[in-house]
Ligand binder design. Structure first.
Ligand code: ADP
Ligand code: MG
Length: 461
């Protein structure tokens, strides 16, 4: 019938507009490399902020003692403590996850940091056997804060802007360590922040602790971002003394990358226009977990409106922004049952569509596939951009240089088809060099990494 023909047409158009043939991905990778150079050359030189992290030494494995870490950056925040035993490695670790009440994500700075400090104090109170703080010492914390920060030192930095659904105006421009420290004082918690790191930088540090070949870290979670180890002399905008190590970790803030080569659709355009941060984080809006399900919802909306995809009426729930979450999209995408019953039950539970035909369900799986593949392939292109910048995208004569990329985040961890597509696209783009490039899942590397950096920058060293 005409209804299906129209739905098919919308689907084919989506497929075409989201297309990421190899040649296009190479253009994206090249553009990423170009923007990296520009962002390193001067402040404001590019959409890529290429932020200096002040991390000029990564963990060595000698770190010792009890350290805390706090990870704020998405829907959950995590508190952890770790007892580091030097060459004996990690002796003990514990963590707790606390979900952030949504009203605090768009409220005041004071309230958010009070909530965090209170949760941290509660966690500290449960410190038990196996954790040892030498008498007379203050507890120390690595603060993983996954938003763009202009660092003033390793342990201080001002918030440039919020992303990923957070919008707390009075915190912008403030030193987030100062805000946290004041909140800790208000709840009577005696703790010092000795490292403020982005989650990518934490993941890089945690990854390096386990594997000396780790040179970059990528987060694919609620948002997306990357950090890598740059040669200090290749950072023209760096005015300070060159670090002894000759290296500096750069937080790219690649979520804000944009390029005319990105395959943007009408759905992406309206998603962006109606978002909390229009015009910003365009790469992130194509790739990350916060947005993939929402893109699928927007496609379904159009199908409902123009092709009566769900029948004569449009399911009211379909009109609710962000109602279709990426984990639900992922569950539908991975449905292997012959009648696609997972898709059927998601439609029923989330969109209140009680009866769906197999034909409908198949189209929905195809939409998921198109949207996920585009995100996965673009993230692979981003990684190739970093490898190019470092000259690690080619095989050098007689050299077997291994490059390990530490990956973390719920999207990478749980969305198998996304992950597989990203990894196979890397191979597609790298050819023979792919043998020397390893993607490693760094499970909760950012928390451990922040604790490790807190340890190597302890006030007691
Ligand atoms: P954050 O990025 O908020 O720090 P995570 O790294 O845990 O936290 O990532 C959480 C994100 O991962 C969620 O917002 C969601 O988009 C995505 N995610 C979680 N579980 C799944 C899943 N099963 N399938 C696909 N995406 C998932
Ligand atoms: Mg995270």
């Amino acid at each position: 019938s005409g209804r299906w023909a129209k739905a098919e047409a919308i689907l084919r158009e989506l497929e075409e507009k989201c297309g990421t043939p190899t040649a296009k991905l190479r253009q994206v990778a090249d553009a990423m490399t170009v923007e990296m150079h520009a962002g390193l050359a001067s402040e404001g030189g590019s959409k890529l902020k290429m932020l200096i992290s002040y991390v000029d030494n990564l963990p060595t494995g000698d770190e010792k003692g009890l350290f805390y870490a706090l990870d704020l950056g998405g829907t959950n925040f995590r508190v952890m403590r770790v007892q580091l035993g030097g060459k004996d490695g990690i002796l003990k670790q514990e963590f707790e996850e606390v979900s952030i009440p949504p009203h605090l994500m768009v409220g005041s700075s004071h309230e958010l940091f009070d909530f965090i400090a209170a949760a941290l104090a509660k966690f500290v109170a449960t410190e038990g056997e196996g954790f040892h703080l030498p008498p007379g010492r203050q507890r120390e914390l690595g603060f993983t804060f996954s938003f763009p920060v202009r660092q003033l030192s390793l342990a201080s930095g001002t918030l440039i802007k919020w992303t990923k659904g957070f919008l707390i105006e009075d915190a912008v421009g403030e030193d987030v360590v100062g805000e946290l420290t004041k909140a800790m004082e208000r709840v009577g918690l005696d703790m010092r922040v000795t490292a403020l790191v982005n989650d990518t930088v934490g993941t890089l540090a945690g990854g390096r602790y386990n594997n000396p070949d780790v040179i970059a870290a990528v987060i694919l979670g609620t948002g997306t971002n990357a950090a890598y180890v740059e040669r200090a002399h290749a950072i023209p905008k760096w005015q300070g003394l060159l670090p002894k190590s000759g290296e500096m970790v750069i937080n790219m803030e690649w979520g804000n990358f944009r390029s005319s080569h990105l395959p943007l659709t009408e759905y992406d355009q309206t998603l962006d226009a109606e978002s909390l941060n229009p015009g910003e984080q365009i790469f992130e809006k194509l790739i990350s977990g916060m947005y993939l399900g929402e893109i699928v919802r927007r496609v379904l909306c159009r199908m409902a409106e123009e092709a009566s995809f769900f029948g004569d009426t449009i399911p009211p729930k379909l009109k609710v922004p962000f109602i279709l979450r990426t984990p639900d999209m992922s569950a539908m995408h991975h449905d292997t049952s012959p009648d696609l019953k997972v898709v059927g039950s998601k439609l029923k539970d989330i969109l209140e569509v009680p009866n769906s035909s197999l034909k409908m369900r198949k189209i929905i799986v195809e939409i998921c596939n198109i949207v996920a593949a585009r995100g996965a392939r673009l993230s692979a292109a981003g990684i190739v951009g970093i490898l190019k910048k470092l000259g690690r995208d080619t095989v050098k004569e007689g050299e077997k240089q291994r490059s390990v990329i530490a990956l973390d985040g719920g999207l990478f961890e749980h969305y198998t088809k996304f992950r597989n597509c990203m990894e196979s696209t890397l191979k597609e783009l790298l050819g023979d060099v792919a043998e020397n490039i390893v993607v490693e899942h760094s499970n909760d590397g950012s928390g451990i990494g922040a604790a490790l950096l807190a340890a190597s920058h302890s006030q007691y060293l």
